[in-house]
Design a protein around this ligand. Structure first.
Ligand code: NAD
Length: 481
């Protein structure tokens, strides 16, 4: 990582060059599990942004990627995957330290990032148009062209894997990309620059800039020289970005927050439910857009599920991510305070805290695994995203009521159903307002399955073959014979 971190400073990857930025400004990167500064990160200056934009435009117009033989582009993607895999150990440790997540999960992010390059590399030479019959006097066909410069804003919860989730299909389609890394944990994303450099991705095609969202991020998305925005993050930021997109009439993809519900029907396998609760709300300390933040349980099984959830929460190991515990730190003091204040407000409104409910008194930013019981489905705590290890348990009486409660928030990212009755599962899945429904296993699916929201969870889909088509636009060519 010597290229990446020099003089205790992580630099920007600007049009193929590693730069500290010309304004000498930097931010301290903290280990959330110790509260100690691990290194500093150079902020990209306006000049770096201008250079990134120039490099992206020139490389795009030169055709170095978009006009590359598709099969060669596929091979380039495969080389990037190989280089990312070489970073799994070192990059994983950096990501673990800066984000607080477990070492295993941090390494898995690098592996997943590599997998995205293999997956979309595999489609790079299969981006096909169609021919449209217009009768004997015409030949009509479509071609799918890259947009140009894709500006991509990445959040802090899965920075490496989410950066690759958008970067890989954008490159497979021949776009140039400028990434704005998350200011809380930019190191892992910066490390992706090493892989791109080592794989000989042409200069200018990708820049990775470090900066504060409201400053550099806002400037990037407001630029007149971008052709597409891909945003993953909160609703509030998404709204601000959409205003910039509207000004310049730039297409935008929005992957926003959620308040997703699992429904436990009478015949559910409780072991499956518990396994899903463990991953659904405690994985990455609940800082997951598609977390299971509400669990709706039929009254017949409610007491049993509550008791088992409390037992599970109280049995979790809690430690520094390097030790691979069940529950890790919250990314920052601000985030922890935000979670705590939401719980305090819910307590003031009379919510029943079955376990947890406050921070853990130890070094670092740790939130106790929390189960809230008999939560009023219309209360703020049941409606707002918490982004922490906090599960709202809500009883229901009829299946119709369960679906109504599940659909009652302004979000619609994912949802889950637990039952052995396939017909009930199928009918519930089609009635749920969500971009993705899990049956009997939270997070079922993967890289190949389209992911995205409805309502305030955003629009457009990432992952799968479908996502590739976010990064191309159709041109129709009609020829009069
Ligand atoms: P955030 O909106 O605060 O920040 C996301 C990114 O946007 C960061 O890089 C930030 O620097 C940047 N940013 C902030 N203000 C900006 C502005 N005005 N213009 C341009 N960029 C700006 O979100 P976060 O706290 O980093 O992430 C958590 C949120 O992301 C949660 O709401 C979560 O649900 C959501 N999320 C969604 C998905 C998904 O795929 N749907 C995945 C992960 C996270």
């Amino acid at each position: 990582m010597n290229t990446l971190i020099k003089d205790n400073l992580v630099r920007n990857y600007v049009a193929g060059e590693w730069q500290a930025g010309d304004n000498q400004k930097s931010i301290a990167i903290e280990d959330p599990a110790t509260g100690k500064v691990i290194t500093h990160c150079a902020l990209a200056s306006d000049k770096s942004l201008a250079q990134a934009l120039k490099g992206a435009r020139e490389s795009f117009e030169s055709g170095v990627l978009k006009d590359m033989k598709p099969v060669e582009r596929a091979k380039l993607m495969a080389r990037v995957a190989i280089e990312i895999r070489k970073l799994v150990d070192e990059g994983g440790e950096l990501l673990c330290r800066e984000s607080g997540k477990t070492l295993d999960d941090a390494k898995a992010e690098f592996s997943e990032a590599a997998d995205y390059f293999d997956y979309y590399g595999g489609i790079a030479d299969k981006i096909e148009g169609k021919s449209i019959p217009l009768g004997p006097d015409y030949v009509d066909y479509t071609i799918l062209e890259p947009y140009g410069i894709s500006a991509q804003i990445v959040p802090w919860n899965f920075p490496v894997s989410l950066a690759a989730r958008s970067l890989a299909p954008a490159l497979a389609a021949g776009n140039s990309v400028i990434i704005k890394s998350p200011e809380l944990d930019p190191l892992g994303v910066a490390a992706l620059g090493l892989a791109l450099e080592r794989a000989n991705v042409p200069k200018g095609i990708v820049s990775i800039l470090n900066g504060i969202g409201s400053d550099l991020g806002a400037k990037l998305v407001a630029s007149k020289d971008i052709d597409q925005i891909v945003f993953t993050g909160s609703v509030a930021t998404g709204r601000a970005i959409l205003k910039s997109a509207a000004n310049e009439v730039v297409p935008a993809l929005m992957e926003l927050g959620g308040k997703s519900a699992g429904i436990v029907y009478k015949d559910a396998d409780i072991e499956e439910v518990l396994e899903s609760v463990k991953w659904g709300i405690f994985f990455n300390a609940g800082q997951v857009c598609s977390a299971m933040s509400r669990l709706l349980v039929c009254r017949e099984r409610y007491d049993e599920v509550l008791e088992r959830c409390v037992k599970l929460a109280e049995s979790l190991t809690i430690d520094h991510g390097l030790k691979n515990p069940d529950l890790t730190a919250i990314i920052s003091e601000n985030q922890l305070e935000d979670i705590e204040s939401k719980i305090t407000q819910a307590k003031n409104e009379g919510v029943d805290v079955a376990t947890g409910g406050s921070r853990i008194e130890r070094t670092g930013h740790f939130m106790a695994p929390t189960i809230l019981s008999n939560v009023n489905p219309n209360s703020r705590i049941a409606q707002e995203e918490i982004f922490g290890p906090v599960l709202c348990l809500i009883p229901f009486t009829s299946n119709e009521e369960a679906i109504e409660i599940a659909n009652s928030t302004e979000f619609g990212l994912v949802a889950g159903v637990f039952t052995k009755d396939l017909s009930l599962a199928h009918k519930t899945a089609s009635a749920l307002k969500a971009g993705q429904v899990f049956v009997n296993e939270w997070y079922a699916g993967g890289m190949a399955t389209p992911f995205g929201g409805i309502g305030k969870s955003g629009f457009g889909r990432e992952k799968g073959v479908e996502a590739l088509y976010n990064y191309v636009r159709t041109k129709n060519i009609a020829i009069k014979l």
